[in-house]
Design a protein around this ligand. Structure first.
Ligand SMILES: C[S@@+](CC[C@H](N)C(=O)[O-])C[C@H]1O[C@@H](n2cnc3c(N)ncnc32)[C@H](O)[C@@H]1O
Length: 258
């Protein structure tokens, strides 16, 4: 038997994958991060299932419970917010499960970075403008490796998605300025993307910190930064992709010869 580590998606209970929902419905035990996973999603589990909230548990408690239920032959789901592989702290659980001889399977989920882009109506990779998206965080109490300092990552001038950084926007602004970002660089902040209480702020580097305070945003926020977030990007012809260009030939279509 194994533990299923399932991505719950960003909030909207319909944004779990079909596979994740199937496993959730079959589970005998569901352990979930109650501060971040929607209660409505958890109600879709088998009504007979044992439901456990993990926010007040230590790592050892969580793993002890999962291991105990597995040994009793139960199907166990560990439900994580967004996609489990991004800031999910799953590796420490997996390490202890392995010590207990328990296997695991990860079922991916919709990360908040993509939910935030969706509700902002944005494409994060715009042809000729940026073809790179960096997922990172500002350095707070959790240190960031020296070679991954925001200023250095920002030197690529691509799109940045900042997790866990809502209280660190002063630092974000300083580092992006040091990397040469213009004050006018567009930024979209989405708090609780796809939840009923979702908030979207469209701002720029100059006003980011002020706007975060104005809207009282201290947590659960995705900060998307870069010119791909320009609200006028749709009007600019120079950023069309080659994929749908009528003069561009590819495997599925012959281009029109000029
Ligand atoms: C512990 S990390 C978990 C990330 C998660 N694994 C994911 O893929 O989205 C929590 C951070 O993810 C971001 N986050 C998670 N859910 C969010 C949502 N619905 N809207 C905006 N940001 C969210 C915030 O930056 C939050 O501080």
């Amino acid at each position: 038997m194994k533990v299923y580590i399932v991505g719950a998606g960003p909030g909207d209970p319909d944004l779990i994958t079909v596979k994740g929902l199937k496993i959730l419905k079959e589970a005998d035990v569901v352990m979930y991060t109650d501060s971040l996973v929607s209660e409505e999603l958890v109600t879709r589990a088998n009504p007979e299932a044992e439901i456990l909230r993990s926010s007040a548990m230590s790592l050892e408690e969580m793993v002890d419970i999962m291991a105990d239920r597995i040994r009793r032959g139960k199907k166990v789901v560990r439900l994580h917010t967004g996609d489990p592989s991004v800031y999910g702290a799953i590796m420490e659980q997996i390490a202890l499960l392995k010590k207990e001889g328990i296997h695991y399977e990860i079922v991916p989920g919709v990360s908040s970075v993509f939910a935030a882009a969706a509700v902002a109506g944005a494409e994060l990779t715009i042809p000729e403008l940026t073809q790179t998206l960096i997922l990172t965080r500002a350095e707070g109490r959790t240190p960031v490796p020296e070679r991954e300092k925001l200023k250095d990552l920002a030197s690529h001038h691509c799109t940045l998605a900042l997790f866990l950084s809502a209280t660190l926007t002063k630092k974000v602004v300083n580092e992006l300025q040091e990397a040469g970002w213009s004050e006018n660089t567009p930024i979209v902040v989405v708090q609780k993307a796809t939840w009923p209480e979702q908030v979207i702020i469209r701002t720029n580097l100059r006003n980011l910190d002020k706007d975060m305070r104005k809207h009282g945003i201290h947590s659960h926020a995705m900060i998307l930064a870069g010119w791909s977030l320009d609200p006028h990007i749709h009007d600019k012809d120079e950023y069309r992709s080659k994929l749908y260009d009528k003069e561009f030939t590819h495997g599925f279509r012959k281009g029109v010869q000029a």
